[in-house]
Design a protein around this ligand. Structure first.
Ligand SMILES: Cc1cc2nc3c(=O)[nH]c(=O)nc-3n(C[C@H](O)[C@H](O)[C@H](O)COP(=O)(O)OP(=O)(O)OC[C@H]3O[C@@H](n4cnc5c(N)ncnc54)[C@H](O)[C@@H]3O)c2cc1C
Ligand SMILES: NC(=O)c1ccc[n+]([C@@H]2O[C@H](COP(=O)([O-])OP(=O)(O)OC[C@H]3O[C@@H](n4cnc5c(N)ncnc54)[C@H](OP(=O)(O)O)[C@@H]3O)[C@@H](O)[C@H]2O)c1
Length: 256
């Protein structure tokens, strides 16, 4: 297959900055061929030379519902990074290349039988993958409740508040949202890391529901140190990824 056939050239239709020079969302046109499962990611491409072929490629989880006209991505600017500052410098109307094949295993395929509560644990832009999952009807068919926990450094990094408020009004008690800023006090939530809260059984108390390996499933996405630590703590509590055809109750995705 030639390089040309591997990707499509899309156009940026919207950009929203949540935190200047740090957090932004970008919308692009979508090729009708591009079909993905909630929780999957796309490989986005940019040229190093103006008007050149794309040579820099990075993964970004889809934020939008599977059936929306545009694609949407939520991103952080890594100041010394090769890709993210370039992505952040784009404007509406600019081109963005998207690999035709969506990838990733942080999907509900991990939990075909569903369960009582789906715990979606994110730090930083790990939130992205969960947004397309929460948008999806299958999630709500498979689980009685969804708990979204978002660990960030500062309160202004708690992006997508309007979407989250919409879900709260749509799903009521079935949707629980725990914003967890760690470097600034919050009026209603503790200034503690997700890992600390899980380890000390405080997360379930905060959510007001059990964290039970017999009935619940957990997804982890975000800072790799958080993933390593949370995975260990959760395994001590009875959560493990599926292996060799056995269905698990834990799914993890690494961003870096
Ligand atoms: C499966 C997958 C899905 C991803 N989805 C997203 C997404 O939805 N949104 C997003 O912003 N990034 C996402 N990433 C990360 C993204 O692909 C790039 O790594 C990121 O944009 C930085 O690229 P860079 O070239 O600027 O810096 P790089 O040279 O790639 O990274 C430099 C350093 O920046 C830090 N870093 C990288 N990504 C992040 C991040 N997301 N948050 C905090 N620190 C980071 C790490 O310390 C890393 O070593 C994903 C990565 C993978 C593998
Ligand atoms: N911060 C800035 O002002 C700024 C500005 C521009 C760009 N950036 C870029 O943004 C990136 C950082 O992004 P980010 O703030 O989303 O990511 P982050 O450093 O991973 O922090 C996000 C959340 O994860 C928590 N966390 C980190 N390690 C953890 C662990 N081992 N266990 C549990 N929780 C853990 C943090 O808690 P703690 O607060 O306790 O660490 C914070 O609540 C950097 O790469 C930097 O280049 C930062």
């Amino acid at each position: 297959m030639s390089t040309e056939q591997r990707y499509t050239k899309e156009t940026i239709t919207d950009i929203r900055y949540w935190v200047d020079n740090k957090l932004f969302s970008i919308k692009t046109t979508r090729s009708p061929e591009f079909q993905f499962k909630p929780g999957q990611f796309a490989r986005l491409g940019l040229p190093e030379q103006e008007n050149g072929e794309p040579t820099l490629w990075r993964g970004f989880s889809m934020v939008n519902p599977v059936d929306s006209t545009d694609l949407e991505f939520y991103a952080v600017v890594v100041p010394d990074g090769q890709f993210s500052p370039r992505l952040a410098a784009l404007s509406i109307g600019d081109s963005l290349y998207i690999d035709k094949t969506p990838v990733g295993f942080l999907t509900l395929d991990n939990f075909p039988n569903g369960g009582k509560t789906l715990w979606l644990l994110a730090t930083g832009t790990g939130l992205s993958a969960y947004l397309s999952i929460i948008h999806d009807a299958t999630t709500w068919e498979r689980f009685d409740q969804v708990v979204l926990c978002h660990g960030v450094r500062y309160i202004n990094e708690l992006s997508y508040q309007e979407t989250i408020a919409q879900w709260k009004s749509q799903w009521g008690d079935r949707f629980i949202y725990l914003p967890l800023p760690t470097r600034e006090p919050h009026a209603h939530y503790p200034q503690k890391r997700l890992t600390h809260l899980i380890e000390h059984d405080e997360l379930a108390k905060l959510a007001g529901v059990d964290l039970n390996p017999a009935t619940d499933c957990v997804m982890l996405c975000g800072n790799p140190d958080m993933l390593t630590e949370a995975r260990k703590i959760l395994s001590e509590k009875g959560f493990a990824a599926g292996r060799r055809g056995n269905i698990g109750n834990l799914a993890v995705e690494k961003y870096w």
